[in-house]
Ligand binder design. Structure first.
Ligand code: ZN
Length: 218
């Protein structure tokens, strides 16, 4: 898409923010809102129904500038959204990370941009007093937004039924295989038990169980 004007982006931010109830949200509500906003954002940004969304318009708009910076500037983090520089809301993305990761990070940060003015109220109840859990949940909500913009449910299903290949599906959406794997698992299109981490845990439990039994068997 061509570069949107500041007014167009400001109107979009306003519209996406009105999808959020004006009160503290539960984690489940926040996830639902993130998906709604993602669908609306995708409809605004995607000019075709190609799986891989073109993010040039978002990256080049000037209402909330997106800067690509070296890893050390961000202490090796993937991205940052802040208004502490020049009193202006801005996004910083780690340019050292793979391109597919940067695409995910830009959208993850865009969810922080959406929530920024009302973050204290919206996130107030998340984590029920546990700050680490609260931070984790805020990050997961931003991931949910990014995943749904990059990989909308209907398109993922359509591509998956044709390809049945995580690598190919990932390249069609221009996302990492890990992101595609997570999305397919959450949609129940692939079996969580085939995930390597889960299998390793299962095996470990099996070994512990066997060694525990061994003395009795002798
Ligand atoms: Zn974040």
């Amino acid at each position: 898409m061509k570069r949107p004007t500041i007014k167009e982006v400001t109107n979009l931010l306003k519209e996406l923010r009105t999808l959020v109830p004006n009160r503290p949200l539960t984690y489940g509500e926040s996830v639902q809102v993130a998906r709604l906003q993602a669908a609306r954002f995708r409809a605004w940004a995607a000019t075709t129904d190609e799986p891989a969304i073109n993010l040039a318009g978002l990256i080049n708009q000037r209402a909330v500038p997106v800067h690509f910076v070296p890893s050390h500037v961000l202490n090796e983090e993937s991205g940052l959204t802040t208004d502490l520089m020049d009193d202006k809301l801005q996004v910083f993305i780690n340019e050292s990370e793979p391109q597919v990761r940067q695409r995910f990070s830009v959208l993850h940060e865009w969810k922080h941009v959406l929530d920024f003015p009302d973050a204290a109220r919206l996130h107030h109840s998340l984590g029920v007093g546990n700050d680490n859990l609260k931070t984790l949940r805020i990050e997961l909500i931003a991931n949910e937004f990014a995943a749904h913009v990059l990989m909308p449910t209907n398109l993922v299903k359509r591509v998956w039924f044709k390809t049945q290949d995580i690598g190919l599906a990932a390249s069609l959406f221009n996302v990492s295989p890990e992101a595609m794997n997570t999305r397919l698992t959450k949609l129940g299109l692939i079996n969580r038990k085939t995930h390597p981490t889960t299998r390793a845990v299962f095996r470990t439990h099996g070994l512990v169980h066997l060694s525990h039994l061994a003395p009795c068997a002798v």
